[in-house]
Design a protein around this ligand. Structure first.
Ligand SMILES: [Zn+2]
Ligand SMILES: [Zn+2]
Length: 282
């Protein structure tokens, strides 16, 4: 049997190191400020880069409130983002700060029968906070509120008091929210992200001091990027469904391998009974 002593000694060293670190405490007030951000996996260097790209809008006024919002993946239980936003900022600023790949790939293609819809809403405490994108004729929540009104007429009291407000007109600090409760952000027609308000506190000396820094990402999910199933060298750029010659369904290809397998020397498709979509990451 292996002698446990070396691993125990190693563990004791680690514990001693951790104890020393906590006893010593942070070296300066500035460093303590960074520690608050670092616990969300953003390193000091990454955060400095992010802050250097933010516009300069002047100092945050005294008494300002900072709200931390966690955003979750629409189909998995993973948290994808954590955002610090000022209480005086509008809900539309929070919407613009939510980074979802679906919004980026919603580009209208020529000949599309269904137009892309960029409108979205937050659903918080029986209120739809709508954003109507230019070109869209009605709020994304319209179908739900119409259906709810019909149900109300039929005597279903649980659909009463649903309200609509524009997210451009609502400050974060004016929301009627509960810490830890699950609310919804819906975009791209029917993609729902759970959002949770996890912290509300006063802005202090340890936070970034310029208003332009907010909304500020303090946590970002590490995206998973697949490789091409053919060359296994390049990152996949296309995802293919129902392809009879691929070993898996869906199959992921780089542009070069897809062309080599599915087009002839003239660049014409060899067969068309499969679906190809652009792929960025999971
Ligand atoms: Zn999304
Ligand atoms: Zn390839």
């Amino acid at each position: 049997m292996e002698d446990p002593a070396p691993s125990l000694r190693k563990m004791a060293d680690v514990l001693q190191h951790i104890t020393k670190h906590y006893q010593a405490g942070p070296k300066s007030r500035k460093e303590r400020g960074w520690l608050r951000i670092n616990k969300n996996t953003m390193t000091k260097e990454v955060m400095s880069t992010i802050l250097s790209k933010k516009p300069k809008c002047g100092p945050v006024p005294p008494g300002e409130v900072v709200v931390r919002v966690a955003v979750f993946h629409p189909t998995k239980s993973d948290k994808t983002q954590e955002i610090l936003i000022l209480g005086s900022q509008k809900l539309i600023d929070l919407k613009n700060a939510i980074d979802c790949i679906t919004e980026n790939i919603l580009v209208e293609q020529e000949g599309d029968e269904i137009p892309c819809i960029h409108s979205s809403y937050f659903y918080i405490n029986r209120t739809f906070y709508d954003y109507i994108a230019p070109g869209d004729s009605e709020p994304l929540s319209q179908r739900i509120t119409t259906w709810a009104k019909q149900k109300e007429k039929e005597g279903e009291i649980r659909f009463r008091r649903l309200r609509n407000r524009k997210m451009e007109n609502v400050r974060v600090v004016d929301l009627d929210i509960q810490l830890g409760a699950h609310y919804h952000f819906c975009h791209a027609i029917d993609e729902n992200h759970t959002i949770i308000f996890t912290e509300i506190r006063f802005h202090d000396a340890f936070d970034p001091q310029d208003r332009g820094a907010y909304p500020l990402d303090v946590f970002k999910w590490q995206e998973k990027m697949r490789k091409c199933c053919s060359c296994a060298v390049n990152h996949a750029q296309l995802v293919i469904y129902g392809d009879k010659l691929s070993a898996s369904n869906p199959a992921y290809y780089c542009e070069m391998c897809h062309k080599a397998f599915h087009k002839d020397s003239q660049g014409n498709d060899i067969y068309l009974d499969y679906h190809v979509h652009p792929y960025t990451h999971d």
